[in-house]
Structures are given as structure tokens and as C-alpha cells.
Design a protein around this ligand. Sequence first.
Ligand code: FAD
Ligand code: FES
Ligand code: MG
Length: 280
Amino acid sequence: MFKITYKEEICPTIFAMKFSAPFVARNAKPGQFFILRVYEKGERIPLTIADYEKDEITAIFQTVGLTTYLLSYKDVGEYVSDIVGPLGTPSEIKKYDGSVVIIGGGVGIAPIYPIVREFKKLGNKVITILGARSKNLLFWEERFKNLADEVLITTDDGSYVIKGFVTDALKILIDRGEKISQVTAIGPPIMMRNVCNLTKPYNIKTIVSLNSIMVDGTGMCGVCRVEVGNETKLTCQDGPEFDGHLVNFELLFERLKMYQAEEKMIMNYLEEKRRILNAN
Ligand code: FAD
Ligand code: FES
Ligand code: MG
């Protein structure tokens, strides 16, 4: 059992939650994740370790389906039944001559935080691009401004700073002649694919963090398999970070839809139950 020590809805549908998990916190490295079960018979879901300090880990999650909703109903002082981690291969962090551009889109803004911190520790020039659908879904702006050399912000609807997508901000950097040694992009798979399509002709090394469906998270079930450079890889062990120019994104999109019918069915059932409860 792992205790919830902090909970905040940082913007609509997005929650920050801290768990007391000393082993995970003391061993975590940027780019790694953990697997959580809310209750003993529940499904396992992977969440990125968005921060780690002393005995606590922070997760930032968006409510998209049954398990993330159940987690959001939990309060400080309550427990989740399991946390396993840290899992996955940590990000490769090194000193570059040119700048490192780190992009977070949507809830993907959270996992880039420890990566930005480590690149800065090694003395890199780090430019961060944060993308959200709308201003009210943007979080941690100040946190990144205190850390990165430059922060560019985009909103799809133009409600804040640059109207457009993270690729528009990246194009601004490329067009102004910024010498970019590496781009890291974490966010919705379509965003990561679009970033790769933009950087490929410029031959800019681009790392993406894949969000394949996972079960055990330790390389045993094969559910998280992806195709990278025509080879089958396991996201939970070989990743989650891969060279984005080698990823077969079409296959990833297909595999993410694997349980969509069941996920939709359970959400419809929950909605119906909620409607009946509210009506009585
Ligand atoms: P469901 O309705 O069951 O699923 C909604 C969608 O989430 C599905 O269509 C599918 O694309 C995906 N999904 C469903 N089950 C799983 C599963 N077992 N494993 C992976 N994806 C699944 N989300 C965050 O909000 N914050 C994070 O920090 C974060 N980090 C992640 C790190 C990794 C390495 C991976 C692989 C995924 C991460 N995700 C993160 C995605 C998160 O795991 C899913 O949003 C969550 O599992 C959805 O579960 P659900 O029951 O609420 O929704
Ligand atoms: Fe089972 Fe990766 S989640 S092998
Ligand atoms: Mg689910």
C-alpha cells in the first residue's frame, strides 16, 4: 500500500499527485516511469515519474478513462494498492555544443521537467517549448522559466502567447538559425510524429517517449511492442525513449486503439451510473 501525500487539480482534468514510495524516489532517473494499481483487482497503468524528492514521487495525470478517474477520486491520506518502479531506460543526458530543445505537449509537459533539470545540470543551453490546447490547460510555466534558458509557449486556440502547435515554435527556432544538437519531444503521439517530420529534413537528432499500452512493464507480456528501425522493441524495457526518426508511428496509432471498444463501454456504464445517482 502506498500513501497519497499530496493532491491538486492543477488545471481542468489534470491532477498532480504525490505518493510516498521511498524505493522508487531514491532510485528514479529522468525519463523513467512507474506502474500503479489503484486497487488490488484493478488494471495496471504506467505513469511517468514527473519529479522525485526524498521519499516521494510526483505524478501528473489526466483523467481519460476508468483508472485515471478512480485515481482522481482518491484523497490525501488514502492509499493505492501498488506502485512498481522505477521502470524503463533513463533518458540519455549529455553535454552538447549546440542547444537542446525539449518539447512537452499537454500532459507531456510534466515528464520533461526532470529531463530539462538534468540537461541544465550538465551546463547545456536548454530551450523548452510547452504546448497546450488552451491557456487554462497550461501548467508549470514558472517552474520551467526558472530552469530553462528560454521558454516558448503555444496554444492551439491562440488564447496565450503563440497561436499554433509546438512545431510552429520549433520552426521559429530553426528559422532563426538556432544550432540545435537534439530535440526531445513528449506528448500526444501525433505531436511527436509531427515534430519528427519537421526535424528529419534538417537532420536534427529527435528523441520521443512512446506511450504504448502496457501491462507488466517489465518485458514479460509483449503488449508494449513497437517497431523502431524495422526491429521490434519493448517500450517498457528498451524505451520509453527512442530515436523518433526510426519509429513506425502508424503501427503505434493502431496498437493504441486495441481496447478502445472496452474502454468506451466502461466509461458509458460509469456515465450512466453517475446520471442515475444525480437524478435521485
Ligand atoms: P482508458 O480508457 O483505459 O484508456 C485511454 C487511453 O489510454 C487508451 O485508448 C490507450 O491509448 C491508453 N491506455 C489505456 N490503458 C493503458 C495502459 N495500461 N498502458 C498505457 N496506456 C494505456 N498519462 C498521464 O496522464 N500522465 C503520465 O505521466 C503518463 N505517463 C505515461 C508513461 C508511459 C511510459 C506510458 C506508456 C503511458 C503514460 N501515460 C501517462 C498514459 C496513461 O498510462 C494512460 O492515460 C492510462 O493508462 C489510461 O488509463 P485509463 O483506464 O484511465 O483510460
Ligand atoms: Fe509487458 Fe512491456 S508492458 S512487455
Ligand atoms: Mg483503462
